[in-house]
Structure formats: structure tokens, C-alpha cells
Write a protein that binds this ligand. Sequence first.
Ligand SMILES: NC(=O)C1=CN([C@@H]2O[C@H](COP(=O)(O)OP(=O)(O)OC[C@H]3O[C@@H](n4cnc5c(N)ncnc54)[C@H](O)[C@@H]3O)[C@@H](O)[C@H]2O)C=CC1
Ligand SMILES: O=C(CO)COP(=O)(O)O
Length: 331
Amino acid sequence: MSRIAILGAGSWGTALTLSLARRGGHELTLWAHSPAHAEELAETGENKRYLPGFIVPADVRITSKLQDAIHGTSVVLCVTPSQALRSVMEQIAPSLTKDQVLLSASKGIEEKTFLRMSQIMANYAPENPHGTLGGPSFAQEVASAMPTAITIAADDEQIGKRLQDDFSSSSLRVYRNEDVAGTELGGALKNVIALAAGVVTGLELGNNAAAALITRGMVEVTRLAIACGGRRETLSGLSGIGDLVLTCTGGLSRNRTVGVELGKGRKLPEILESLNGKVAEGVRSTTAALGLAARYGVEMPITEQMALILHQDKSPRDAIRELMSRPGRLE
Ligand SMILES: NC(=O)C1=CN([C@@H]2O[C@H](COP(=O)(O)OP(=O)(O)OC[C@H]3O[C@@H](n4cnc5c(N)ncnc54)[C@H](O)[C@@H]3O)[C@@H](O)[C@H]2O)C=CC1
Ligand SMILES: O=C(CO)COP(=O)(O)O
């Protein structure tokens, strides 16, 4: 049995809580950022705002107090939006004991520092074991117990095996690897490409264009991940091509949806407003991805055009035209 704190009661934190509860054998605490949200969750069991239609079992403890949430747990699962992880780590670091495993399930890169989630966790808790959870996994489908395969990466093999066992169930198949950097970057960078795939769909450019975008997107994601220390095999796996395909083609993706709306000509602030507090990580990870690309001298033409659309109001049609008119090159 593990005592697990789930930090983040958005759709993914809630879906993982439901999945862990269904597996059974754990003591679970779910932390919600807002006290009002925690109160509503504790009272009704339903996460009406972020994952309506599912009931969190009554034996899952709900709290809005971070110290209470992590106290006495063996695993601390961080599932906040990426840009909020630093603030959570700052608050919990003084109370952590060295044996508590820190596992991130967020998919983003910190905007100002270009750091991955595990690097932020290691900054605040260098002696704690840590890992990351990735792979193609829409929260609604996991919450519905639809068959899903994910991957958990941890540098320490024994920790990885323990986490694999903790999360595995009849509807959640968990693979394992030791490439934390590759797994995190696969998850974060696919969001940028999903925005671009959405743009292509919103512009009604056809299936050929979408397939080209996904394929060339994968090339630049892989290039950067490898430059940052990731392994090519990881990018060919669930947290690379698996998550990229899901997010670029699945109607449930928030990132793809933002791209579709941009392609249709709507403006970013208005689109973000209509997400009603739900996070589309790619919007802020695009800048960080470009920062990393510059640091490592990696070419990322799709990411570059996506940044111009998002942050400099470039017309999506002009961005695609520019991608199409790049000089011919070897594949
Ligand atoms: N929803 C999904 O299907 C999946 C999401 N993820 C990742 O999980 C992470 C969390 O996303 P979702 O659960 O989808 O979020 P969401 O979009 O459902 O909800 C946003 C969450 O952020 C919280 N929040 C807002 N400001 C905060 C702050 N300052 N500090 C802490 N929390 C704050 C809100 O209370 C809410 O719980 C993201 O990195 C996302 O990429 C990963 C796999 C699947
Ligand atoms: O990461 C996801 C599925 O694996 C969810 O993607 P979105 O954040 O685009 O909804």
C-alpha cells in the first residue's frame, strides 16, 4: 500500500485519483488549489468545473492545505499547471522528508527558466527521488476507465518499478523507462505541435497538411529532446509519438482546440478566456521551447511559426505559407 498525495484537482489530477482509487490498496489525498473548490469536491465528490460526471470516492481525503496533503505520504504526485509547480514546491519543500518520491504528471516547460518539471522539483528537493508520468491519456477517458497506456520515467529503477506497480490497473497499463528528460520533453513539446495541428485544421487545409505537420513536428520535437539529453527510443514511444498523435488528432485536446480557433481567425485572449481556467500548456511552453532550441542550436521551424502566431499576432495563413516556402532539403 502507498499513501499518495495528488497535488492538483484539475481534470488530470482528478482522473488519476479516480484511477488510483479504482485500483485500490492506496490511501489517497487530493489537494485543490482553491479552498472553495476543495469544499465543493469534499461535499459532492464531483469536480463540476474540471471533470464533471464522475464521483471521487468518499474515502479520498480532500484538502486545500498543502502541508496536510503531503504529510506522511510516500508519493507526492504533482499535477498542477506547469507554471504553478515552482510555487507548490516552494511551499512543500521545507516539510518533505527525503524518502518521499516526487512524481510530476504536468506537461510543460517553465516559461522564464526553460526548466523541465523534474528540474524544478530537484532544485527544491535535491535528495528526494523523482520521476515523471507521460503518454497519451485524455483525463476523461482515464476517468471512464477506458483502456489507456502511459509511461513512468524515473532515474532509479527500483523507484520506477514501485511507481509502475502503484499506478497499474486493469484499465491503465503502465510502461517504465529511465529517461526522465526525454519523457518530459515529449509531453511538453507535443503540445506546441498540437497547437499547430489545430491551426491547420482550423484553416481547413486538409489531411495531407495535417499528416505532414505531425510528421515534421515529430522531427523537431525529437531533435530538441535529444539535444537536451533525451533518448530517441523514448520519443518513439508513448510519451513521444504516442502523445503527439493523440493530441494532434483527438477532439478532447485543449491545445489542439486553441489552434483550431486561431486557424479560424479568433484572437488568443478571447480563446483563452473561453477555456474558463482550463490550461492549454502549449501556449506558454512554445516560448520556452524556442529558448531551449536557441540554447542548443536546434532548428524548430514549426515551433517558431507557432510562437509568431501566438505572441506576435502573425496570420496563421502567412505562417503556413512560410513553412511551405522553406528551401528544399533532405528528409
Ligand atoms: N487534462 C488532461 O487530459 C491531461 C492533462 N495533463 C497535464 O496535467 C496538468 C494539469 O492539467 P489539468 O489537470 O488538465 O488542468 P485543468 O485545465 O483541468 O485545470 C486547471 C487546474 O489548475 C489549477 N490552478 C490554477 N492556478 C493554480 C495555481 N496557481 N496553483 C496551483 N494550481 C492552480 C486549477 O485549480 C485547476 O485545478 C497540465 O500540465 C496538463 O498538461 C496531462 C495529461 C492529460
Ligand atoms: O496531454 C494530454 C493527453 O495526453 C492532454 O492534452 P491537452 O492538454 O491538449 O488537452
